[in-house]
Design a protein around this ligand. Structure first.
Ligand SMILES: [Zn+2]
Length: 383
């Protein structure tokens, strides 16, 4: 796992869900301290608070009972960082970056952990904390938010992406438009979401090289190692618009169904869900879809929707964006999608946000989705 992948994995883990999977009883964001002997009345009133969107926990009495999701597993199980990581990987295989969230693995192994008595645990915890230095210490820097070597400042990076997007053409009358229409996504949505396409790859490739150094283009992630624009086979571009309708992130889509992967992301992490402007902090329902096509399908139906590339890319820091919403989960109805929805239900539930699964008891939805179907197919889109 690279440090970028580790960061991604951590960002997609719900600390409350992890605590519960460990066997910790979390009530309204609080649980009993691992070191009850230090507390009056053995910590009868739970002293440890969890901040779900910050991914942290802390005891209000014990200085050393605090940290992130990795620390939580380490302290609870009195284990090393690597052991904690292994346990998390085993428990949440469908959140592992890059890995296929296939049907081969079971759901989070809740309460399968050996739970030793609280006293035994806390004494072991203290022991392990006093043993320094530990061999896993070397890996800790991986977790710090240290930025990768910056070739250009973040502001400049965003400007390069924005100027790339400005070089593209609207989809009208192009093969991308034909593709979208086949999926039953039409012009009003193209315009609203500023969909763009690459019509002349070679000219664009040249234009970019004339405007920026190759080093910058590769750093930003637009160009590959061979020194060419990455989107030769992925001409349909979905900008991730911010509230000012500007984009510093986008996804590129193949329109030829034989191309794998179907989608390419700009490197770096996804800054916010697709169509984040729908998360307007007003009360209401929001459809949470997997992928841009499904999100556009919902928008075409006049529904409020946002998209995430997959359950792995959902970040706990996004939870506040959903605060006022009830969320309809619209992931694919297959094994991986169901597992993902189960997990997201838990995550949103922990944050006090109501969720339902698309098709479950909604009157305006005519029939349940068939096994293996995605939202677009369900609304009549053809692959
Ligand atoms: Zn404590």
């Amino acid at each position: 796992m690279t440090s970028e992948e580790l960061k991604q994995f951590k960002a997609s883990l719900s600390i409350t869900s992890v605590a519960e999977a460990l066997g910790i009883d979390v009530v309204r964001g609080r649980f009993h301290c691992f070191c009850p002997q230090r507390h009056a009345n053995g910590d009868r009133t739970p002293s440890v608070s969890i901040s779900e969107d910050r991914g942290l926990f802390r005891c209000w009495v014990c200085e050393d009972v605090r940290g992130d999701v990795f620390n939580l597993v380490q302290q609870y199980k009195s284990c090393s960082f690597m052991e904690a990581l292994d346990w998390l990987k085993e428990t949440y295989p469908f959140l592992l970056p890059g890995g296929k969230s296939g049907p081969q693995e079971g759901s989070p192994k809740k309460r399968s952990v050996q739970v030793s008595s609280a006293v035994e645990r806390s004494s072991r915890a203290q022991e392990s904390r006093s043993q320094e230095p530990r061999e896993e210490e070397d890996l800790q820097p991986l977790l710090e938010e240290k930025p990768a070597k910056e070739l250009i400042p973040e502001d400049e990076r965003k400007k390069v992406v924005l100027s790339f997007l400005k070089m593209l053409t609207p989809v009208d009358g192009t093969p991308a438009a034909a593709y979208l229409m086949k999926r039953r996504i039409f012009k009003p949505v193209w315009d609203r979401m500023l969909l763009r396409t690459i019509t002349d790859y070679n000219a664009l490739n040249r234009q970019l090289k004339e405007t920026y150094s190759l080093e910058v283009l590769q750093y930003v992630g637009l160009f590959n190692d061979k020194g060419n624009l990455r989107y030769y086979k992925h001409p349909l571009i979905f900008p991730y618009l911010d509230p000012l309708r500007r984009a510093s992130h986008f996804q590129a889509r193949a329109i030829d169904s034989s191309v794998e992967p179907k989608e390419l992301h700009l490197k770096g992490s996804v800054p916010f869900p697709y169509n984040m402007t729908a998360l307007d902090q007003k009360k209401g329902w929001i459809y949470l879809c997997e992928g841009v096509i499904d999100t556009l399908t919902m928008l075409q139906q006049g529904l409020q929707a946002v998209g995430i590339p997959g359950v792995r890319s959902f970040k706990m820091q996004w939870l506040p964006l959903f605060k006022e919403k009830n969320v309809v989960l619209c992931l694919d109805h297959d094994e991986a999608g169901r597992k993902g929805m189960e997990y997201l239900q838990q995550v949103f539930g922990n944050a006090g946000i109501r969720t339902i699964i698309l098709g479950d008891g909604l009157e305006n939805i005519p029939v349940n989705m068939k096994e293996g179907e995605d939202v677009n197919e369900w609304f009549g889109g053809k692959k």
